[in-house]
Design a protein around this ligand. Structure first.
Ligand code: FAD
Length: 428
C-alpha cells in the first residue's frame, strides 16, 4: 500500500473529521475502515421490519445545536434539519396514570435542584458516582427518575458505575435537531467527499515511534507508512486488544481506556398491526416516574414523524442483560414496559407485528454504544487525547472529547483537533 502524510484508523465521525482537516490543509490522508461502510456509529438504515423508512441505528440527534459544528455544515449544504424538540409532544406516567400539571411542574423544578446538589458534592468531595448524588436527596420523590435519565438513558450506564464529574462536564443544553433522512445518511452525503476511505480494511497492528516519528499500520491487504497516525476506534475496541501496538503503549493510555468503558444503549422498535395509536398524538415521547434508584426506565418515542411504530430506548446493565438474552427478550421487555402504562391493548396492537432491536454490543468494530468515565476517572478523557511520540500518534473519538463526549459532535471535533496536532508534527 501507498505512503501518506497521515493514516487514520476508522471512518466514523472522528476519522472523517481528521481526514477533512488534513484534506483542507492540502495533506494526503488515508482512512482505513474495518467495516463495509463509512460513518461508524452514525448509521442510517432502511429496515424492512419498519417498512423501509429511514431509521438511525445509532446516533439520531445533533445535540446542543447552537454549538454543534455539524449544524452549520448541514445548513450550508441546504439540508433540512427537523426541529425534533418543537414537534415532540410529551406524556409522563406515574404508575398507570398520566402525571398532572402540578406534578410535572414539581418534576421540572427537581432537575436544577439535583444538578446543584451534584455540583456541591463534587466541589467538596471530588468525583463520586451519580448514585451517590441521588443518595444525598433521600426525600426527593423525583431523584430516582432524574438519575435514571442522566445515567442509563442518556449516558448508557448505571448510576453507581458512572462518574458524576464526567456527567457534569458533558451535560448538554440547547436544542436537538434531526437531519431529515437520518444522521448517518447526512454524514455519508456531506462528510465523505474527497476523502480516501478504504472499506473492509481492518488494521491489526500499529508500529509507531519509527525514524522521524513515522508510523506503519498493518492490514491483511498490506501496510501503509505515514508521517503520523490517528486512531479513532472506540474504547471497547481498544480494550479488546484487536489492535496491537508495537511498542506497547504507555501505561497511562491503557489506564485511560480502562477508565472509559463502553455503555450500552439499545433501541427496540415495535410496528403496529392495527389502527390503534394508544390515544397518543404523533411524535409523542412517553416516559414514567420511577420509584427507586436502579429501577429500569425505558422512554418511548411513539409514532415518530407520523410513522406506524414506537421506539423504546433502554440503557446500562438492563440493556447488557437483554443483549445477552437475545432480541426476543428485548421485545418482551419493551412490550411489558408499555403494558404497565397502557394495559392489554398493547398486546393487541403489536401482536404479530415486526420488530427491530439494535445490537451495538455485537458489532466487533464498536462493542457498545459510547464511553462513560467510571467514578474518580473523569480526567481519563483528557489523558487519552494527549499526543504520543510528539504528536505522530494520536487518539481521537467521542471518548477523547470533553464537553461533547459520547456524541457525533465530540468525535468530529476531537478528530479535527488530533489532525491539527498530527499535521504539525509531520511538518511541511
Ligand atoms: C444507540 C446509539 C445512539 C446514539 N445517539 C446519539 C445521538 O443522538 N447524538 C449524538 O451526537 N451521538 C449519539 N450517539 C453516539 C455517536 O454515535 C458516537 O459518539 C459517534 O458516532 C462516535 O464516533 P467515533 O468516530 O468516535 O467512533 P465510531 O463511530 O465507532 O468510528 C470508529 C470506526 O472505526 C472502525 N474500526 C474499529 N476497529 C477498526 C480497525 N481495527 N481497523 C479499522 N477500522 C476500525 C469502526 O468500524 C468505526 O467505523 C449514539 C450512539 C449509539 C450507539
Amino acid at each position: 500500500m501507498t505512503e501518506a502524510d497521515v493514516v487514520i484508523i476508522g471512518a466514523g465521525l472522528a476519522g472523517l473529521g481528521a481526514a477533512v482537516a488534513a484534506r483542507n490543509a492540502g495533506k494526503r490522508a488515508v482512512v482505513l475502515e474495518a467495516s463495509g461502510r463509512a460513518g461508524g456509529r452514525a448509521w442510517t438504515d432502511y429496515p424492512a421490519a419498519l417498512g423501509g423508512v429511514w431509521f438511525d441505528m445509532g446516533a439520531i440527534w445533533l445535540h446542543d445545536a447552537e454549538h454543534n459544528p455539524l449544524v452549520p455544515i448541514a445548513r450550508a449544504a441546504g439540508d433540512k434539519l427537523l426541529r425534533s424538540d418543537e414537534i415532540r409532544k410529551e406524556r409522563t406516567f406515574i404508575g398507570d396514570r398520566m402525571a398532572n400539571e402540578a406534578e410535572l411542574a414539581d418534576f421540572a423544578h427537581a432537575w436544577p435542584r439535583y444538578e446543584a446538589v451534584a455540583d456541591a458534592v463534587l466541589a467538596v468531595e471530588g468525583d463520586v458516582s451519580l448514585a451517590e448524588v441521588t443518595r444525598r436527596l433521600p426525600d426527593d420523590p423525583w431523584a430516582a427518575t432524574i438519575e435514571a435519565w442522566e445515567g442509563p438513558v442518556i449516558c448508557a450506564v448505571d448510576a453507581d458505575r458512572f462518574s458524576a464529574l464526567d456527567w457534569r462536564r458533558n451535560a448538554l443544553g440547547g436544542s436537538n435537531l434531526v437531519p431529515e433522512g437520518g444522521i448517518g445518511a447526512f454524514v455519508r452525503r456531506r462528510l465523505t467527499q474527497g476523502v480516501d476511505i478504504r472499506l473492509n480494511t481492518p488494521v491489526t497492528r500499529v508500529r509507531w515511534g519509527g525514524s522521524g516519528g513515522q508510523v506503519t499500520v498493518e492490514t491483511a491487504a498490506g501496510s501503509i507508512t505515514a508521517g503520523a497516525c490517528i486512531v479513532t476506534v472506540s474504547t471497547g475496541v481498544l480494550a479488546s486488544g484487536a489492535l496491537v501496538f508495537d511498542p506497547v503503549l504507555p501505561a497511562r493510555v491503557g489506564d485511560a481506556v480502562q477508565a472509559l468503558p463502553m455503555g450500552l444503549a439499545m433501541k427496540v422498535a415495535l410496528r403496529a398491526t392495527g389502527p390503534d395509536r394508544l390515544d397518543l398524538p404523533l411524535h409523542c415521547s412517553v416516559d414514567r416516574i420511577i420509584e427507586r434508584s436502579g429501577d429500569p426506565l425505558m422512554p418511548f418515542q411513539c409514532w415518530p414523524f407520523g410513522r406506524d411504530y414506537v421506539q423504546g430506548w433502554i440503557g446500562g446493565s438492563v440493556a447488557w442483560d437483554l443483549a445477552r438474552q437475545g432480541e426476543a427478550a428485548a421485545v418482551d421487555f419493551a412490550l411489558g414496559y408499555l403494558r404497565q402504562m397502557f394495559g392489554g391493548r398493547v398486546d393487541r396492537l403489536f401482536a404479530g407485528g415486526a420488530s427491530l432491536v439494535t445490537r451495538w454490543d455485537a458489532d466487533p468494530w464498536v462493542r457498545g454504544a459510547y464511553s462513560y468515565a467510571v467514578p474518580g476517572s473523569a480526567l481519563a478523557r483528557d489523558a487519552l487525547a494527549e499526543p504520543l511520540s510528539g504528536g505522530h500518534l494520536m487518539f481521537a473519538g467521542e471518548a477523547c472529547h470533553v464537553g461533547f463526549a459520547g456524541t457525533v459532535a465530540g468525535a468530529w471535533i476531537s478528530g479535527q483537533s488530533a489532525a491539527r496536532t498530527a499535521l504539525a508534527a509531520v511538518g511541511d
